[in-house]
Design a protein around this ligand. Structure first.
Ligand code: F6R
Length: 575
């Protein structure tokens, strides 16, 4: 049996602190009865191997050290062993680690997260330092990344994302700042190098059901996760959007309701798909709650020096909760005295812990690298937050609450049309370039659609606000440059029709995403994909399912591995 020294994790602030836990990255090999390891550099690529394949990366039998032990590791091991004059494998290694000075350990480490194996693999003695991203990397001189230990039967698996290990064990220990774990045989003992009296770390149980870890009848996780759209929306609104009582209940924000009343500006920070969800959120919060919103790429925000008043709230959006740039953005405002909020999917993740309050997405683990269902959950949660901030004042309150109830069925309708989307996608699979356009909140939908195509199909795709066509992009249009136009119901519909005509007049092929019942659009475009009618505010959720499927089928038709696109990582835990 595995024996653990436990301590309270001291989870801070964030949302409805239910007992399922976070996601982030990977180990590199897994031998029964052995510690599984990865160097921090390898995490990203190995995540795919471990998180998304049945088989783990071959570990070459007993050669644990060939995977991980770098110069820093050896030096560190030597430093500890020398200090206590303890041979590798000696049980007293624990005491040696516990009494080692933090300065010595950090100074010797290459990275705070690399497993330091001491001695031969069969001795199974290891030391690692964990980081939850709350230290200043410059101060300690190491790269800080998250780390989680999976506690299996007679084995330990190390990862920076629990989704990578959830097939093997649901029992995990999240390492905190300055934590060091000594893994010997079937024991993992955790010491905090800064606070030696801190209570022992508790193992937590991941709340992922086994269904979520396996493919079932799906060929890959991306398609499986796209098809989870109705369940994702349902789960994001469950117990929160109470249409019959005309009420929104967001437990994760309750503790800061008083502060929220004084907020007069919200800055959203996020990366990639989460950033595009933030852009949709900008429309929602500004138009439903009347609060000015600014959305910034976390990677830019962290290097800017902008005025920030205490009545501004920072809202971080992240699927993994471990994205280094988003963590850095939160850290930047740490001493500004501003409210830090989060919309996070991975429960217990660094961002969830760093924020004062927030709302979980409840989308379940997302395993394919390209984010799909998490985007739907993020936008659904943003809709709830916008309505909540409005406090029932807008006349859109009740209709939108009712619409959220109907949305899972509409998402299912989009999915039921997957064969038609596939047929159209395959027709366009051999083009090299794509333009995505939309107006109003269909503009971020266009950006997200273009990103999905880029990352899964390796095609050049860019997105523009349709009204910008004449200001430059129209010059690119010819017969080899198709445009995906999002032209669902909106007061600006006619204006987008004009854009389509301008594109067609230059020979550009056009695929339109339109609302069911719009027959006029057929005359204007080469191909039309229909989706059910839904109010303007909720359209981006359905747009996303269509653009995800479109990108997916193009990628499949080009023969790519959609779950693990080249050069990309699921959790971007380094800058
Ligand atoms: C795109 C994608 C990435 C992530 C981005 C942020 O499909 O997956 O662009 O959205 O890396 O990740 P999170 O949301 O985990 O902070």
């Amino acid at each position: 049996m595995v024996e653990l020294l436990r301590r309270e994790t001291g989870v801070r602030g964030h949302p409805e602190n239910e007992s399922f836990a976070e996601e982030s990255t990977p180990p590199s090999c897994k031998c029964p009865g052995r510690t599984t390891t990865s160097s921090s550099d390898q995490y990203a690529s190995q995540f795919r191997v471990l998180g998304q394949r049945e088989a783990l990366a071959p570990c070459g039998g007993d050669h644990l050290e060939t995977h991980v032990v770098g110069p820093g590791v050896v030096v560190l091991a030597d430093a500890i062993c020398d200090r206590g004059r303890i041979a590798p494998g000696d049980d007293r290694i624990n005491e040696a680690v516990a009494s080692a000075s933090l300065d010595v350990l950090i100074a010797k480490a290459e990275s705070a997260q690399v497993l330091r194996v001491i001695g031969e693999p069969e001795i199974q003695a290891g030391v690692l330092a964990g980081q939850r991203g709350q230290l200043d990397p410059e101060a300690v001189g190491v790269d800080l990344e998250p780390l989680v230990i999976g506690v299996g039967k007679g084995e330990h698996i190390l990862a920076s994302d629990p989704t990578a290990i959830m097939k093997h064990t649901k029992k995990v220990i999240y390492l905190e700042d300055y934590d060091m774990a000594v893994i010997t045989g079937d024991k993992a003992q955790i010491h905090n190098l800064k606070d030696k009296k801190r209570p022992t770390q508790k193992a937590e149980l991941l709340d992922y059901d086994n269904e979520q870890a396996v493919l079932g009848d799906f060929p890959n996780f991306m398609l499986k996760e796209i098809f989870e759209a109705p369940a994702t929306i349902r789960s994001a609104i469950l117990g929160r959007a109470l249409a019959d009582r005309n009420l929104i209940k967001l437990g994760g924000l309750e503790s800061v309701l008083g502060q929220l009343k004084y907020i007069d500006r919200i800055v959203i920070v996020a990366c990639g798909t989460s950033y595009y969800a933030g852009l949709v959120g900008e429309y929602l919060i500004e138009e439903l709650a009347g609060i000015p919103v600014e959305v910034q790429l976390a990677s830019e925000f962290k290097y800017r020096d902008e005025p920030f008043s205490r009545s501004t709230a920072l809202l971080a959006i992240s699927q993994s909760g471990e994205t280094a740039d988003t963590i850095a953005a939160l850290k930047k405002v740490e001493n500004y005295g501003v409210l830090r909020l989060g919309i996070v999917n991975s429960v217990g993740s660094t961002i969830a812990r760093m924020t004062d309050a927030g709302v979980y997405c409840h989308a379940g683990p997302e395993q394919a690298v390209a984010s799909t269902k998490a985007f739907l959950a993020q936008v659904t949660v943003l809709t709830l937050i916008a309505l909540h901030l409005n406090d029932g004042q807008t006349k859109r309150f009740k209709p939108l609450l009712e619409e959220l109830d109907d949305l899972p069925a509409k998402a299912q309708e989009v999915l039921d049309n997957a064969d038609e989307i596939k047929r159209i996608a395959e027709k366009y699979a051999n083009y090299r370039d794509f333009l995505y356009i939309g107006r109003n909140n269909a503009y971020p939908s266009a950006m997200e659609g273009a990103l999905k195509l880029k990352e899964c199909s390796y095609l050049h795709a860019e997105a523009y606000a349709a009204g910008e066509m004449k200001h430059g992009p129209l010059a690119m249009i010819d017969k080899d440059f198709p445009t995906f136009v999002i032209v669902t119901d909106s007061p600006l519909l006619e204006k987008t029709y004009s854009n389509i005509q301008e594109i067609r007049a230059r020979g550009g092929p056009v695929v339109a995403l339109a609302t069911k019942g719009n027959t006029a659009i057929k005359e204007l475009c080469d191909d039309v994909i229909y989706m059910p009618a839904t109010p303007l505010e909720t359209q981006p959720i359905l747009h996303a399912i269509v653009t995800q499927l479109f990108a997916y089928y193009i990628a499949m038709s080009r023969g790519y591995d959609v779950d693990r696109p080249r050069n990309l990582a699921k959790s971007v835990t380094v800058e």
